[in-house]
Design a protein around this ligand. Structure first.
Ligand code: URA
Ligand code: CA
Length: 433
């Protein structure tokens, strides 16, 4: 087989066989196929698309390019949850302990943030001492003891995806449905969960800017999961404005603690209950979504979920005193309110631009090598639909630099105020096949 023939085949819109896809992924992983040929193939896939069967074969080849994690020594049905990316998406921080507190084992592998999207690992690392690098045995032991642990992606998990993702990032081939679906699902399959709950985001702060694309991505991933023998479902959620109020690492930990104390923003709580109920049902801990929601609400209201968060922080070496004194995490030197320039209703808060503003403050990375500042970020005081008076604070900027004028200008350009109050939609659909 020659790579150039396969590039031409895809360029001409033909279907690649399983053998051809296996050849490509094996060759690219062991560096027999160079980046320039792979780049050409990625661009051909971008334009010509792939059939479901091709995407499934691509996903399985990528999943098997490295280690497949064996979680069978953890008792119970392991359910993983994965979001396709967002801004201020604090869900995992709340959901992991919440779901674990009703007895669902959560063995979660999370990533770091890049560009305008935040990463769960960076958020947890805002807690002093919190270790996300655990050995496989430590990870399994903690989940068996406490039902929950979060770790970074292990070195040899889906190495084909690691290489491909870096190449897509610099060749204009990130936002392709077959490439996103195979990238996400290869890692989920390799990470060993029995069941997978996907949060497919749509809107300005997501990869899929429109709902039809998000639906197609969701259907594609659900089908791949099922073909790979994992129970899989997807929730399509809105990411036009950031989720909750906090955007930034330490600030989102504070938001998660408050949420677990029953003081969370409405949209964040709803996301947690919708995704959490699906996880509880897939894990076989409740008969219906309604029963699951009642269980989760009770766990939250009784303080059980917050105690689970404390246990999780302690298990992973973190300073659990932040749970009683979350203000310890608010360490930015400067806090500035951004006043509204007119009265009316907030009609738009463009999520990706708010993510970029947080990144410019130092909360995110421009390149993979950048260091991040856990203290900085943005806390929204108004969300879409809220009334605001001229001069009233739209948000607070947490900064370690005194001059934030460029960030303020970017924020003003991306928050609109109009005459009508509109009710944003949070959940656009549930996809089970
Ligand atoms: N997240 C991933 O892991 N891969 C993609 O391609 C997009 C989002
Ligand atoms: Ca948030």
């Amino acid at each position: 087989m020659r790579m150039v023939d396969l590039i031409e085949k895809k360029r001409d819109g033909k279907i690649l066989t399983k053998e051809e896809i296996d050849f490509i992924i094996a060759g690219y992983t062991n560096e027999e196929i160079p980046d320039y040929q792979m780049s050409a193939l990625l661009m051909a896939i971008f334009y010509q698309d792939m059939t479901d069967e091709e995407i499934t074969n691509l996903t399985l080849a990528m999943a098997h390019s490295g280690d497949i994690i064996d979680l069978s020594s953890i008792e119970g049905i392991k359910v993983d949850k994965h979001s396709t990316g967002g801004v201020g998406d604090t869900t995992t921080l709340v959901l992991a302990p919440l779901v674990a507190s009703v007895g669902v084992p959560v063995a979660k592998m999370s990533g770091r943030g890049l560009g305008f999207t935040g990463g769960t690992l960076d958020k947890f690392e805002s807690i002093p001492g919190f270790r996300i690098e655990l050995s496989d045995q430590e990870f399994i032991d903690i989940v068996n003891k406490s039902q929950v642990a979060v770790i970074g992606q292990s070195g040899n998990l889906a190495p084909a995806d690691k290489k491909l993702y870096a190449l897509r990032d610099v060749t204009g081939t990130v936002d392709s449905i077959p490439l996103i679906a195979s990238s996400i699902m290869s890692k989920k399959i390799a990470a060993g969960a029995d069941a997978i709950v996907l949060d497919v985001t749509t809107g300005e702060g997501a990869f899929m800017k429109n709902l039809d694309d998000a639906k197609r991505l969701a259907h594609t991933m659900v089908r791949i999961g099922k073909l790979a023998g994992r129970q899989t479902m997807a929730v399509i959620s809105d990411m036009s404005e950031p989720l909750g109020e906090a955007v930034g690492n330490g600030l989102e930990i504070v938001e998660a603690i408050e949420a677990l104390q029953g003081k969370g923003p409405e949209d964040l709580m709803e996301m947690c209950y919708v995704l959490g109920s699906q996880m509880v049902v897939l894990a076989g801990k409740a008969e219906s979504l309604d029963d699951a929601r009642v269980m989760l609400k009770e766990a939250l209201e009784s303080g059980k979920a917050l105690e689970k968060f404390r246990e999780m922080v302690q298990d992973q070496g973190g300073d659990a005193s932040v749970i009683d004194q979350p203000e310890k995490l608010i360490t930015a030197t400067y806090q500035f309110d951004l006043p509204a320039k007119e009265s009316g209703y907030v009609t738009e808060i463009v999520a990706n631009e708010i993510g970029i503003a947080a990144m410019l403050l130092g909360a995110g990375r421009r390149t993979k090598e950048d260091d991040i500042d856990h203290a900085v970020g943005i806390k929204l005081k108004k969300k879409v639909g809220d009334a605001v008076k001229e001069g009233e604070a739209l948000l607070t900027i947490y900064s370690n630099t005194e001059d934030t004028s460029a960030v303020e200008q970017l924020l003003y350009e991306n928050i609109s105020i109009g005459d009508n109050s509109l009710e944003p939609t949070l959940i656009h659909g549930i996809i089970t096949e």
